[in-house]
Structures are given as C-alpha cells and as structure tokens.
Design a binder for this molecule. Structure first.
Ligand code: UDX
Length: 453
C-alpha cells in the first residue's frame, strides 16, 4: 500500500519505518527541513534500539522516503497518517494546532478517496474536528472528494518502540466506515497474524482508550509512590510490599515500581490533558488530579532526602548523578525527574557531575555550559570530588557497581537510590550510607537501626 505519514517524531518515524518493513511504500513528511535533511543523510534524530538498521534497510530498499513537501506526499498516500505532536498548551490541555494544520493540508490536496488515520494522542472529539477541517478545505476547492477519518492510537514505549510497533499487544481502531475498516485491516494484517489483535470500536471510544491506558499506568505508579511514602513513615519496606502485591495476578508486577516520579512525553501530559478534558465537560476527575499531584511531589523526593542528609546545607557540595534520561534506553529528558533535581541542587548551591550513557548530548543541549553541571564520559568520572551519588535512572550498567570503588572515591560515602536498584544491606555492608524510596529507613533512622540489629 502507499502510505503517507505526517510527523517524524517517535510515533511517526517508528510507525512509518515498521510499515515500510512489511512492504508498504512510505513517505514521511515533516515541516522541520533540518530533520528531514538529517534523515535523508541516514541520521536518526532519536536513540531507539533497532531503529537505525530498520530505517537504513528500508531506505535502501526504496520503501521509505522523507520529505518536507506535503502536496506530492498527500498525492502518494492511499492512507494518510497524522502523527504530529500534541504538546500541552498553557492550561495543560492538548494543543491541536499541528494536527489541524495537517488536516487542512490534506483537505487542500486530496484528489481521490483517502483514509485519514489519526495516530497522535488527541482529546475525544478531535476526529470530528479533523473531518470538519478537511471538509472546509474541500468546500473552498469546490470538490466533493470522499474521505474517512479513523482513530488508531499508538501505544509504543520509548526504548521498546520498534518491538511494540512490530508486535503490538493490541491495535485499537475507532472507525465508522466499512471501507476504512477494510483498508486498515489489510494494512495491519502482517502485524496481526497469530491471534486477533484488532479491537474495533467507535471513534470517541478509541480516542479515550489511549488516554485511559496512559492514565491507568500513571495511576499505578503514583499509587506505588504513595505506598512508598507511607512505608517510610511506618517503617515498612516497599520492595517487600511490591513483591507481595504483585503476586496477585489482578495487580501484576508491571508498573508498580516506586521511584523518583514518572516523566517522559506521555504520562505527565496525558494525565493533565484528560483531567482538563473531563473538566471541560463538567466533570471533576479527582483520581487524575491526585495522580498528577503525587507525581509532582515525588519529583522532589530525592532532593528532600539529600538535603536532609546534609543537614539542610548543600552549599559547596558536589553531587554525582547517574542517569539523566527519564527512563533507561532512551536519550529523552522530557519531564525527567533529573531536571527538577538538577535545578533544586543548583538553587541550593551544589554542583553536579552527571553521567548518562545516552542523554549527555540532550543535557548539553538543555543546559549548555551551565557552571553547575559537568557531563562525564564514564560513571566513575562523575564520582570524582563528589560528596554523594544519586541514582536517577536505572540503566542496566548501574546495577552491579564496584561499591568499594564508590566508597573510596566519594568524600562522604552515601548513595541516594531513586530507583531502588540496590539492596540496602549490600550497600551498607560496603560502608556506604544508603537511602532508597520507601525502604523503611530513609525518613526514620530509628527503624533503620532496629532493622540492622
Ligand atoms: C508510555 C506508555 O507506556 C506507552 O504505552 C505510551 O504509548 C506512551 O507513554 P513511555 O513514556 O515511553 O511510554 O515510558 P514508560 O516505559 O511507560 O515509562 C514512563 C515513566 O514511568 C518513566 O518515567 C518510568 O521511569 C516511570 N515508571 C514506569 C515508574 O516510575 N515505575 C514503573 O513501575 C514504571
């Protein structure tokens, strides 16, 4: 099939590449000429395991193209995907201007039946607005070209995006046209071979499904962060509680890891946007407000622990950070807990030496030559002259460190483990003070003492 994709961000680039991989002829369009030029030079603007090879192979096979030219791209596509960003506007609602600009462009250029597929995460009712924008342009042109708008939200995770796209858990399709449904079914047939993954529903339900999935996952995380905070107050260990509750298949082990708060391009934005949508329809979504509020506070957590450990005085201290990305296997720092922590440490007069396997360039782009930040090439370089080590992102390479070396390098050996990747006893046995998230001792030294007896 001939496919056109608007937007070469995570969703657009990965979707376009995976559709080319199964034999479709794909053109990806982006307004960012520099990005398109880089893609045409074989450079991938994001770090995503497996994506480089796939883009390279499909470009070489002549099935994947990048352009800024909307008109020929729209002429090419039997299906046109909208996969552009929906950043939060000032009040946290999703900003639809990019989506509607693409819709108008489609209306200006289509000449034959086209299926318009909305992949961007958009508030309920957006498909109607896309349809209206296309119809308005056709009216101006005095044409009556048939088209359908369907909702087909994307659920890929950064770091696993290629795998998620090639082997999706489910394919959500919101559509009310038999013709469009048949076309989408044919397109996704290669991804839908072993068992039926396509879940067909009306357009509004599909739009809400995307938000509901992200809000549910964010709720699990905020719930666990709340449990972790309770565990600290009562002297319990959240890691034991986590294993205890995860063994119930109704709860499950996934997405119940407490930590330094969720970040990334989806959860913070989507929880807020859904809460705003509900409010705009006259409903007060209290759970969503609480999920967001807990997460905002949780991003202060590491700083509070560090500040307390050093008696409220961080002036002149040097803090080593391991991890800057919002999660492992990505270089993305959008809404990352590291960003709040950096700003709080600087405001308190501390300096930071940071190491991240992939996000150093992104940190340099965000913070430039900030005097309080030294970006290190090796995890152990970050420890030099540092007073404390903070684990902010749980990259695999941090899981089994040389504790003796950490102890010997840090000025006052202490680890703040924002992802609970270490066993407190192992760290303490190495002569290093340890703070985790919800591990019964971070707030209440008395409990820690009792446990160690
Ligand atoms: C998420 C959804 O998982 C994906 O389906 C959707 O399409 C986009 O949003 P992503 O933002 O890439 O994907 O990352 P994800 O792996 O879901 O992690 C989000 C955040 O939650 C990270 O900051 C991560 O550290 C945090 N997290 C995750 C926890 O704090 N605890 C957990 O148990 C799981």
């Amino acid at each position: 099939m001939r496919i056109t994709i608007f937007g070469t961000g995570y969703v657009g680039l990965v979707t376009g590449t995976c559709l080319a991989e199964v034999g479709n002829d794909v053109i990806c369009v982006d307004v960012d000429a520099a990005k398109v030029a880089r893609l045409n030079d074989g450079e991938i603007p994001i770090f995503e395991p497996g994506l480089d090879e796939l883009v390279r192979d499909n470009r070489a096979a002549g099935r994947l193209h990048f352009t800024t030219a909307a008109e020929p791209a729209i002429a090419h596509g039997q299906m046109v995907f909208i996969a552009v960003g929906t950043p939060p506007d000032e009040d946290g609602s999703a900003d639809l201007s990019h989506v509607l600009t693409v819709a108008r462009s489609i209306g200006q250029h289509i000449t034959r039946y086209t299926v318009v597929v909305n992949k961007s995460t958009v508030p309920v009712g957006t498909a109607d607005r896309v349809r209206a924008a296309i119809s308005a342009e056709l009216l101006i042109r005095g044409l009556d070209v048939p088209f359908d708008v369907v909702s087909n939200p994307e659920f890929l995770k950064e770091g696993d995006a290629v795998k998620d796209c090639l082997r999706p858990d489910r394919i959500i399709l919101g559509a009310d046209s038999a013709r469009a449904i048949e076309a989408i079914k044919a397109l996704y047939a290669p991804f839908n071979r072993n068992h039926e993954r396509l879940v067909l529903m009306d357009v509004r339900s599909a739009e809400l499904t995307k938000y509901a999935a992200n809000a549910m996952l964010a709720t699990k995380i905020s719930f666990m962060n709340e449990m972790a905070n309770i565990a600290e107050h009562v002297g319990a260990d959240i890691e034991l509680v986590r294993i205890g509750i995860g063994s119930d298949p109704r709860i499950g082990y996934s997405f119940i890891y407490p930590g330094a708060g969720y970040g990334g391009s989806c959860f913070p934005k989507d929880v807020q946007a859904l809460e705003r949508t509900a409010r705009a329809h006259g409903y007060n979504a209290r759970v969503l407000s609480a999920v967001e509020a807990v997460n905002v506070d949780q991003k202060d957590k590491l700083f509070v622990l560090i500040e307390r450990h050093f008696g409220g005085d961080l002036a002149g201290k040097t803090i080593a950070l391991w991890g800057l990305a919002f999660k492992p296997n990505t270089d993305d720092m959008r809404e990352a807990p590291s960003r709040r922590l950096l700003e709080q440490l600087w405001a308190a007069g501390a300096k930071v030496r940071a190491y991240d396997p992939e996000a150093r360039h992104e940190a340099a782009r965000l913070y430039g030559e900030h005097a309080g930040l030294l970006l290190c090439e090796h995890p152990h370089d970050a420890l030099e002259h540092a007073d404390a080590l903070v684990i902010v992102t749980e990259w695999k390479e941090f899981w089994s460190p040389d504790f003796e070396r950490i102890k010997a390098t840090l000025k006052s050996p202490v680890i703040f483990d924002g992802r609970n990747i270490y066993e407190p006893r192992t760290v303490e046995a190495a002569g290093i003070a340890y703070y985790g998230i919800g591990r019964g001792r971070s707030l209440l030294p008395a409990h820690a003492a009792a446990r160690n007896v």
